[in-house]
Design a protein. Structure first.
Length: 373
């Protein structure tokens, strides 16, 4: 692929997020990238972008020759065919979360990427929370072995509150046919991506989902899931769009102590000796190891995480900068979401890797009975 000094980007989908990304590009917030085109089937959505090429058809934009890259910000089911078409046309692709609705579609997208016409094509995902300094620091501590072997993870993310009016705002939203899932496919993909980015993938999952528990919707708006790892570590993941006031607290326990990540930052209660060693050598019956209480310093984050991902995308194309969020890793968060829904629907523990065909068949059954709001 021939390089230039500036990447011409086309934004596909001019809804809330798509138009935000388009404005950031148009306003020059991404060095080395410029907004060249926008596509959306709604004429009104395109009115704000009269200074660039506009297309009612995403396929026309992809095949126009007006862009070098596309940013896909459409309803979830469209991510797969649009990504495949753009990759086949030799374009770089940045896709909004989730990568796809289900694992089988992710596999189809990754297969298309493996067949891409140019080895230089870049394929990334908008996992902007990977740029949050708190999560970057936590990952660095885990990878450096500061926590020792992981024992337990608990994440409560119940501050994703949404009203009934939010769900009624779009006919496709919160339906199996239109969105393919609820809180796990819309709000929590960032959390699920961070979970696997920090802790890896579990070996099995058992989950309990509330489908329309708090809202008049088909899909899940309440989830409690239990994860088991091959190492023996465990995890509990709790999320909902129906709780107020909500909580966002991540607690990670390892052999060398415990880290709590919340709105206050990172608090590390560090064991002076390993818990495993202390269990075997201590003569005291009840006293745990002595600890140090450490407030972990975290650098101030950038004001716009979405822009940070777009800048990294442009840098990867122009300067071979490593991607912060390669799309090939996006399948993991989708697999976690699918496994939780599948476990709840079947009332069974789901072994990972998930059988993508089995889940696709279950989702097809749900889509057949789905109704637009």
């Amino acid at each position: 692929m021939v390089r230039s000094d500036t990447i011409r980007v086309g934004v596909i989908g001019a809804g809330h997020m798509g138009s935000t990304h388009a404005r950031n590009l148009r306003d020059g917030k991404v060095s080395g990238a410029t907004l060249a085109a926008v596509s959306d089937p709604g004429t009104e959505a395109l009115l704000s972008f009269s200074d660039v090429a506009r297309f009612a058809s995403s396929s026309e934009l992809i095949r126009s020759g007006a862009v070098d890259a596309v940013l896909i910000a459409t309803p979830h089911y469209d991510h797969t065919p649009l990504t495949i078409e753009a990759l086949e046309q030799g374009l770089h692709v940045l896709v909004e979360k989730p990568l796809a609705v289900h694992k089988a579609d992710c596999e189809a997208m990754l297969s298309a990427y493996a067949r891409r016409p140019s080895r230089g094509q870049v394929f990334a995902e908008m996992f902007n929370q990977r740029t949050d300094p708190r999560f970057c620091k936590l990952r660095a501590l885990i990878q450096a072995g500061e926590l020792g072997a992981l024992r337990r993870v608990n994440w409560i993310i119940t501050d994703w509150f949404r009203s009934e009016a939010y769900y009624k705002g779009s006919s496709w939203r919160a339906t199996w046919a239109g969105e393919g899932g609820g809180v796990l496919l819309n709000q929590a993909p960032h959390n699920l991506d961070l979970w696997q980015w920090l802790f890896g993938m579990p070996a099995r999952i058992h989950a309990f989902c509330g489908f329309g528990r708090f809202h008049e919707i088909e899909v899940e708006d309440q989830v409690t899931a239990y994860f088991e790892y091959a190492s023996g570590a465990t995890g509990v993941f709790v999320t909902t769009t129906g709780e107020a006031p909500g909580t966002n607290r991540l607690e990670v326990a390892g052999d060398m102590g415990k880290i709590v990540l919340d709105s206050e930052g990172l608090a590390f209660t560090r064991n002076e000796v390993s818990a495993a060693e202390f269990i075997k050598t201590s003569l005291a019956s009840f006293s745990p190891p002595a600890v140090w209480h450490v407030r972990v310093p975290v650098a101030a984050g950038g004001a716009n995480q979405h822009v940070a991902i777009m800048q990294n995308f442009a840098n990867a194309i122009l300067h071979d900068e490593p991607l912060i969020a390669p799309a090939v890793e996006g399948v993991h968060s989708v697999e976690l979401a699918n496994a939780m829904i599948y476990s709840s629907l079947t009332a069974k523990t789901v072994e990972l890797p998930l059988d993508s065909a089995a889940y696709a068949n279950e989702l097809a059954r749900l889509r057949a009975a789905s109704r637009a709001r």
